[in-house]
Design a protein around this ligand. Sequence first.
Ligand code: ADP
Length: 588
Amino acid sequence: MPAAQDLAAKIGPRVSQLLQDAKLLRGVIAGGSVESPSDAGWVLHPADWPAQLSADDARRWEQAQSAVLRHTGSAAAIAALDALHRTSASRAARANAELLLLDSASQANSDAFVELAHRYPDIVTDSGAPLPAVALLHALHAAPGIPLSKGFLDELTRQVRERPSFLTGQVLETAATPPNRMNTELRRLHEEWSDWQTTVDVLHEILKAPPRRGEVFQRWSLREQYLALGFPALGGSQINVAIVPRQTLAQLFSRALNRFPLPLHGLDAYVHITGERLLLPNGRLPRSSTITAAADGALAFPSPCPFTLILAADESTLFAAQRTRLWQMSALIFCAVAAALIGLTALWRGYQRQARLSELKSNFVSSVSHELRAPLGAVRLMAENLEREKIAEPAQQKEYYRLIGQECRRLTSLVENVLDFSRMEAGRKQYTFEPVDLVALMQHAVAIMSPFAAERGVTLQFTPPADPPQPCWDGAAIEQALVNLVDNAIKHSPSGAAVTLEIVSAGDDVRLWVKDAGPGIPPEDQSRIFDLFYRRGSELRRETTGAGIGLSIVKHVAEAHGGRVIVASEVGQGSAFGLDLPLRSVHV
Ligand code: ADP
């Protein structure tokens, strides 16, 4: 993957640059041993100075030692040591005698031990232990729990930096044992000491398989926790070693990678360096189903070191974004299909409604034409007969005139209905609410419909209530609605039956009933009969006259008054239509 190569080429120099500012441990190997830092005091060698003492000094030393060891005759021991201290030609013997003198003094003086350590930095005791370190241990024992003096810390610093020995760790630990003594300086000395130990340990581990002369090498050390980078110096006679803790290296790689965006979202990056996989902080071990890209890079500092950058991602992470996109697309397509289906359904419904409406309209036109033709035909026939004087009988002539008048009234009412309906359709129908004499209105409607009722052999019954309500309505519109209801009731009543009109008051509401003893209306049709142009039965076998707009007009009038029209009917039991209206209608 070119992106991985590009990245590896960029992070190599960046990590090298970061390493220059990082804390590295450094050491030098020469001639198969550690040259720096000094580890001379690390191995205990018996001291050679006791063997070089003169016979007199050797005797004095022995006397003094045995007196100190047996704790007998401290006066004798002191005398022997004093003599040795004063007379001995050997500096080492004098120093050791002084140490024993201080130790056997009744009042041990901590500062005197520190001063002794300072004066004899290079002297060892007869057992080979470095005298300054032993003196510092004595100083600590002489003043337990007392804060460390500056002289002590200076001497300890010198020992850690210049003459570390197998006793340095013990001195540091003893010094830090009372927690109140642990100060910044002592903490720094502990760190320095730990670095010294690590460096020496790494160098000794390297020396177990010494690098060839002039070799540039990279090796993991101390259980793979430190990367040692070696490169020759001084013409190859020395090898410089820089030691980088594994954690530091991982952090620096991570920092370098953070500066450059990974080529793909969901990728993990890690580094292979000298046979070790270096997991970066926040990085996680990729799973087996890993897709990888690898690219080689190199560090230039502190010495050349190749590495391989691995970009890895398990499929689930890598394709997560793609899967999300797929889901989004699927959801989008699903929504689009759903919207299209809803649209199509709405279109289909609209089309069907339109088709049904145009069918109803054409039915309406044919019904209206039919309704007009029949009375017009009858009127024309009667008028022609009268004109040609075919009707001689004055009584019959009178009957003809009456019939012509009746047919004309019916025609007028039909035309009024149609005109009203078209006004309502166009929203142009105006209602004027004013006080109405309800009883007179009802009686007028009955009077209008009486000839038709008589023609059909139907009786109209209306008994005004004792205390009739006084509503505020559009009288003409209500009368027209009543006429439509009475017209329907007569049309559907059998000959000899009665149609009853009633006024029922209930508080602020009035119900006007028109009841008949006709065939009734099945429940499934009861809500549909108020639909525009709806007529029960087939158009071909039309039992009653009409155009299917009468009840639509009734409904419109009722709603314009803030009321409603209800129907109570059972097949074979007649029908009752009720106009439910508030006493005072207001414009809405
Ligand atoms: P039209 O009477 O002109 O057909 P309407 O809107 O007045 O139109 O009535 C719609 C339908 O309701 C009628 O076709 C009829 O089948 C039914 N209907 C109306 N009033 C009654 C009634 N009193 N008894 C039985 N059916 C009725």
